[in-house]
Write a new protein. Structure first.
Length: 68
């Protein structure tokens, strides 16, 4: 906003980037652990640590497992 960029443009860009990062985090997780999502806390924690070490934010990791 300080640079004169409209809030609509910012929100549109951030919405598009969320879809990109969502697909990327799912691809990285499934490549390592397969298509099946974790059923227990211990397995989810292991996968979360793996994704965190790969540079994904805690917010994206939580969203990934909460949406499933």
């Amino acid at each position: 906003m300080e640079r004169g960029i409209s809030s609509e443009l910012v929100h549109d860009y951030l919405d598009d980037s969320y879809d990109f990062w969502r697909q990327h985090i799912e691809a990285v997780r499934s490549k390592r652990f397969g298509a099946q999502y974790p059923e227990d806390y211990k397995t989810q924690s292991k996968q979360s640590r793996f994704l965190y070490q790969r540079g994904f934010s805690g917010e994206f990791i939580r969203r990934l497992f909460n949406d499933v």
